[in-house]
Design a protein around this ligand. Structure first.
Ligand code: NAP
Length: 269
């Protein structure tokens, strides 16, 4: 990538820019971010020394071919109205705004603008993101590869058809909040057994991280791994039975499905 632009220099833009620079996708001096607020610009420049910042969104379009639209969804229409006249065929526009469809973006941009819509999640901020992205009709396989490299610098990414981004939102977008709840509940169980809140939280966090790594690294299914730690009449079985009695697994599945449904509703409104 020759240069990389961001419209909006907030948390997500900063995380992506830092990821790209540390993965050597684009050196910091070739990153340019615009934001109307000086505080955001200063923070961005502090987090990525050498990067350039500006208050002028048009300057990002002039200098960069690949541009990430990293503003809040409610700001998107205003940004598109402002930049549309400056969009040229050389540009690839990548939107990370939750719920803003490719159709809505395309309507406000010149015909044939190459567009990619991304659904990232907050662990991108620490390099452990799970993102999915969808291409519009004008975007090319090379554009997909560019966005994949960008997203993989802050975690893992997967290409999907756009309608599936609602399910992605329900699973990996909202998912961190569900896992925070699981961590809290596990720690509370430890506290009930006499552990200090601090130790209980540390054990719960390390257990969740370890279990996720076991699934990722062993290639075994969650069911197989569960069977390895569940002996007849043992402690784990007693715990799993309590979980089943309260429909714990079904509750987590319902959380993902409810978040997906809400994403569909928000997309329509
Ligand atoms: N954070 C996440 O984990 C996450 C996850 C999934 C999706 N997303 C999506 O990523 C996008 C960015 O999120 P974020 O957390 O990085 O938000 P953020 O920290 O609020 O960053 C957005 C930045 O854009 C600036 N901005 C507002 N209007 C602008 C304009 N007209 N031109 C240029 N910049 C403008 C904002 O300034 P002001 O603050 O002064 O308005 C702010 O500094 C959102 O659309 C969100 O839906 C984020």
């Amino acid at each position: 990538m020759k240069n990389l632009g961001f419209i909006g220099a907030g948390r997500m833009a900063t995380a992506l820019a830092r990821g790209c620079a540390s993965a050597n996708l684009v050196p910091a001096p070739q990153v340019l971010a615009s934001d109307p607020h000086e505080e955001s610009r200063t923070k961005f420049a502090e987090q990525l020394p050498g990067a350039q910042v500006t208050a002028d969104n048009g300057a990002v379009l002039a200098a960069c071919d690949t541009i990430v639209l990293a503003v809040k969804p409610q700001m998107m229409d205003g940004v598109l109205a402002e930049i549309s006249a400056h969009v040229e065929p050389r540009h690839l526009l990548v939107s990370i705004a939750a719920g803003v469809t490719l159709e809505r973006l395309a309507k406000q941009l010149p015909a044939q603008t190459r567009l990619i819509r991304v659904m990232p999640n907050t662990p991108c901020l620490i390099g452990l993101g799970a993102s999915a992205f969808a291409l519009d009709a004008a975007a090319t396989a090379e554009d997909a590869a560019t966005v994949e490299r960008l997203l993989n610098s802050v975690g893992k990414s997967y290409e999907v058809e756009e309608p599936l981004l609602d399910a992605v939102t329900g699973l990996s977008g909202s998912g961190p909040a569900f896992i925070y709840t699981v961590i809290e509940a596990m720690a509370a169980g430890g506290v009930a057994g006499g552990l200090s809140p601090e130790l209980a939280l540390e054990l719960a966090v390390q257990t969740v991280a370890g279990a996720a790594a076991m699934v990722a690294q062993t290639g075994l299914s969650p069911a197989e791994l569960r069977s390895h730690v569940t002996s007849p009449n043992g402690t784990t079985l007693a715990g799993l039975n309590a979980l089943a009695d309260r429909q714990g697994a079904a509750a987590i599945q319902a959380a993902v499905e409810a978040a997906t449904k809400r994403s569909i509703e928000l997309g329509k409104s």
